[in-house]
Design a protein around this ligand. Structure first.
Ligand code: PLP
Length: 407
């Protein structure tokens, strides 16, 4: 396949990447999604929108984020060199703000008053509340009561930022019920509201828009690495939950002689319910308004999922990933909880960077690959910082005593 023209061809007019993607929606939402698509396709070519987004990225988010060479970590493993794209230094501590600021600016241009979303661990909620404060939009975040109890610091952040956090008390009181509640709100209020999806998933045009907004990561990283080294990395990698930080990192390298690898979580084990490696163990199906690869239970419903990194436990994956997997351009590999925690402590101890547990999966894979490769270079998207994970990690694993003796 020739990837030079890729962005012109994918997705097609129906929002499809091959057979994946599309928009499977209740009838009343079809015009609302069409409106968003039309507005986006017009606006993304307007110099006013592009310039405003560029200014926001520079002055508010602190972009470009740097590319960093992990000299000590690389030396410990051997001769292969590991580099990080530092999305942990993006304002609010992760890549998610890249698409939330894009979605907020779109809402503003469309004359909407309000943005809403669901959140699980609260990361997407915090990023969206940040965007809402910046643009002066109302913001409602739906969150299961169980998650609210577990994620007090993120709930506090959202409230301080001015968002309304609505506790969802039905069913298991977690992410799935929060999605249902946010969806019901959207069905009633779509005229003045945009439902901002938290990853490169959901009905068209969201996988496309989120990809476009996240591509700043890969575009910057490719240019920075090339400038630093005079060549491109051998391997580019990122963790895959819904697939937003990874798709943004990967697309700008599609047409290069670079191996691209997405890393999924195998959690506690590869038994159903113990992991969230959708691409590795899933099959084709429709959920949350789009067709992709998903993990299903015996009844064909979305399977229960688990990962130590709550941002990765989603039972499906963005449709573009399913397509790039099928055509053989992107490979998908896995890392377990244990490997992620090992990488979490090693990056902290050897480089002074505490990574998010999500990002630690990609670091773990890079460390494993570096050992196998023996030479060359690997560029990892460090999607976020790990402050949010400290309490949990310390309680379960202590302070990483076994990594103290590094020379
Ligand atoms: C949410 C999150 C992820 C997973 O989401 P993707 O859409 O797959 O990128 C990864 N890393 C961090 C730090 C996150 O907050």
């Amino acid at each position: 396949m020739d990837f030079a023209k890729y962005l012109k061809e994918y997705p097609n007019e129906e929002g499809k990447f091959g057979s994946y993607g599309g928009a499977y929606l209740p009838e009343q939402l079809v015009p609302a999604m069409k409106d968003i698509e039309q507005a986006y396709l017009t606006i993304c070519h307007s110099s006013q929108f592009v310039n405003e987004l560029r200014r926001i990225r520079k002055e508010f988010q602190g972009r470009p984020t740097p590319v960093y060479h992990c000299e000590r970590l690389s030396r410990m493993i051997g001769n292969c060199q590991i580099y990080l794209k530092r999305e942990d230094l993006n304002h609010s501590g992760a890549h998610k703000l890249n698409h939330c600021m894009g979605e907020g600016l779109l809402a503003k241009f469309m004359g909407k008053k309000r943005i809403i979303a669901e959140t699980g661990a609260g990361q997407h909620g915090v990023a969206l509340a940040t965007a809402a404060a910046f643009f002066g939009l109302e913001c409602t975040i739906y969150m299961g009561e169980v998650d609210i109890a577990k994620q007090a610091p993120n709930v506090a952040r959202m409230k301080v930022l001015g968002a309304e956090v609505v506790p969802v008390s039905r069913g298991l009181k977690t992410l799935k019920e929060a999605v249902d509640a946010a969806f019901e709100d959207y069905l009633e209020n779509y005229k003045e509201t945009i439902y901002c999806i938290g990853s490169a998933v959901g009905p068209h045009p969201f996988p496309m828009m989120v990809r476009d907004f996240q591509m700043v990561v890969g575009v910057e990283a490719r240019e920075q690495f090339q400038e630093m080294m005079g060549f491109l990395p051998d391997v580019v990698t990122a963790c895959v939950g819904g697939g937003s930080n990874s798709i943004g990192m990967f697309i700008p390298f599609l047409n290069d002689p670079v191996e691209i690898v997405g890393v999924e979580p195998t959690g506690r084990s590869t038994k159903m319910g113990d992991h969230a490696a959708s691409m590795t163990y899933g099959s084709e199906g429709v959920m949350h308004g789009f067709n992709s690869i998903m993990l299903k239970d015996e009844k064909g419903e979305p399977a229960p999922v688990y990962s130590i990194a709550s941002g990765l436990d989603y039972p499906s994956v963005g449709p573009e990933h399913a397509f790039l997997h099928d055509v053989g351009r992107v490979k998908y590999d896995v890392a377990s909880d244990e490997e992620a925690v090992d990488a979490f402590f090693k990056l902290s101890r050897y480089e002074g960077i505490i990574p998010a547990l999500e990002s630690s999966h990609a670091v773990a894979y890079a460390m494993r690959r570096a050992k196998e490769m023996g030479e060359g270079s690997i560029l990892v998207n460090l999607s976020g910082r790990g402050d949010k994970d400290l309490d949990y990690v310390i309680e379960k694993y202590g302070y990483g005593e076994k990594y103290k003796d590094f020379k």
